[in-house]
Design a protein around this ligand. Structure first.
Ligand SMILES: NC(=O)C1=CN([C@@H]2O[C@H](COP(=O)(O)OP(=O)(O)OC[C@H]3O[C@@H](n4cnc5c(N)ncnc54)[C@H](OP(=O)(O)O)[C@@H]3O)[C@@H](O)[C@H]2O)C=CC1
Ligand SMILES: Cc1cn([C@H]2C[C@H](O)[C@@H](COP(=O)(O)OP(=O)(O)O[C@H]3O[C@@H](C)C(=O)[C@@H](O)[C@H]3O)O2)c(=O)[nH]c1=O
Length: 291
């Protein structure tokens, strides 16, 4: 098949890819953390590509601190746009298929219908804008790419909303969580499975796809489900966005339609609650003292 380079390997999705690749015995995967492969260093990328001549490049590297990005515009743009330029250019040179990950935050959130790939983008945060710029530069260099837009990623790995809620739920008596932002959580292990399926099946239906778990929820209902499944008794109060001021504005509605991914990539997508159960049981098992 040829080797598969994974950039940003020590982040959440990078670790989930390693987890699923171990389970599936996927050969020839090369996991590259930032210290070994900075996507802002073209000379370093040239060395790696010359050595591995990869069939696929999966870009999990990104600037993902949504609030901080409002103050670090230049850095966010460097990683989320310029880094993607570097990868697209070198993928084109080596005939490598690029798999780029993007976000529901490219949308303004003014729709009340599940969003399809052709819907208008209008980011309302620096993070969303720079991720959109990253999507847009790819086609200037190559047409051999998949862009997977995903949302609300969580897993056993790295920092995420599920782990934050479980920690806060233990530490506090009461939590206030926004209920007027609607979207769909995505178990990053499921997304990693989708990425590896594209590679394993040699799919060549290149282009832009939406991928999240199935269903719709609010951050509040998501938090309540996390507490129920984790047996955490904490008073959870639904609040409006205005009652939880943040530096960056989040889209009030970012539910994505996955019809294209299901038909063209042939992936089965679990409901968010089913995947959340799997993640919570794995997290709980990790917390049990060894017998
Ligand atoms: N997390 C989420 O909820 C969502 C994420 N996404 C997208 O999914 C993808 C994966 O996200 P996730 O795994 O959660 O993010 P993480 O923040 O967990 O991982 C991103 C990784 O990229 C690394 N990185 C940053 N700059 C560079 C660089 N210049 N060169 C190489 N590596 C770099 C980071 O290293 P370090 O930590 O050292 O900076 C980190 O390990 C991203 O494209 C993100 O935009 C989309 C929707 C939702
Ligand atoms: C901790 C906390 C958060 N919230 C709200 C704030 C926010 O609207 C929502 C989620 O907060 P977080 O900061 O965990 O997540 P946030 O960084 O907004 O998550 C986003 O990350 C980027 C990378 C993406 O691409 C998006 O798809 C999305 O997952 O929950 C509360 O209402 N109460 C709380 O106690």
């Amino acid at each position: 098949m040829g080797s598969i380079l994974v950039f940003g390997a020590s982040g959440q999705l990078g670790q989930c890819l390693a987890h699923v690749a171990r389970e599936r015995n996927t050969p020839e995967m090369v996991f590259l953390p930032e210290e070994q492969a900075n996507i802002l260093n073209p000379a370093g990328l040239q060395e790696l590509f010359a050595h591995y001549r990869p069939a696929y490049c999966i870009n999990c590297a990104a600037y993902t601190a949504v609030d901080k990005a409002e103050d670090e515009v230049e850095l966010a743009r460097k990683v989320n746009r310029d880094g993607v330029v570097n990868l697209s250019r070198i993928c084109a040179e080596y005939g490598t298929t690029l798999i780029q990950i993007s976000t529901d935050f490219v949308f303004a959130g003014t729709s009340n219908q599940p969003l399809v790939e052709t819907d208008e983008t209008a980011p309302i945060s620096v993070y969303g804008l720079t991720k959109l710029e990253g999507e847009q530069v790819i086609a200037e260099y190559t047409n051999q790419y998949f862009i997977l837009r995903t949302s609300w990623l969580y897993s056993e790995y790295a920092g995420n909303f599920v782990k934050t809620m479980r920690k806060l739920g233990h530490d506090r008596d009461e939590l206030r969580v926004i209920w007027d932002q609607l979207g769909t959580p995505t178990y990053a292990i499921d997304l990693a499975g989708c990425i590896l399926s594209i590679i394993e099946t040699g799919n060549q239906q290149y282009g832009l796809y939406h991928y999240s778990n199935e269903g719709v929820t609010s951050w509040y209902d998501f938090a309540v489900a996390i507490f129920e499944l984790s047996n955490i008794a904490v008073r959870t109060i639904p609040i409006r966005t205005a009652e939880y001021p943040t530096k960056a504005t989040r889209p009030p509605y970012s539910v994505m339609d996955k019809t294209k991914a299901k038909t063209q990539l042939g992936v089965a997508i679990p409901h968010w609650r089913e995947s959340l159960k799997v993640c919570i049981s794995r997290l709980s098992a990790q917390e049990q003292p060894a017998a």
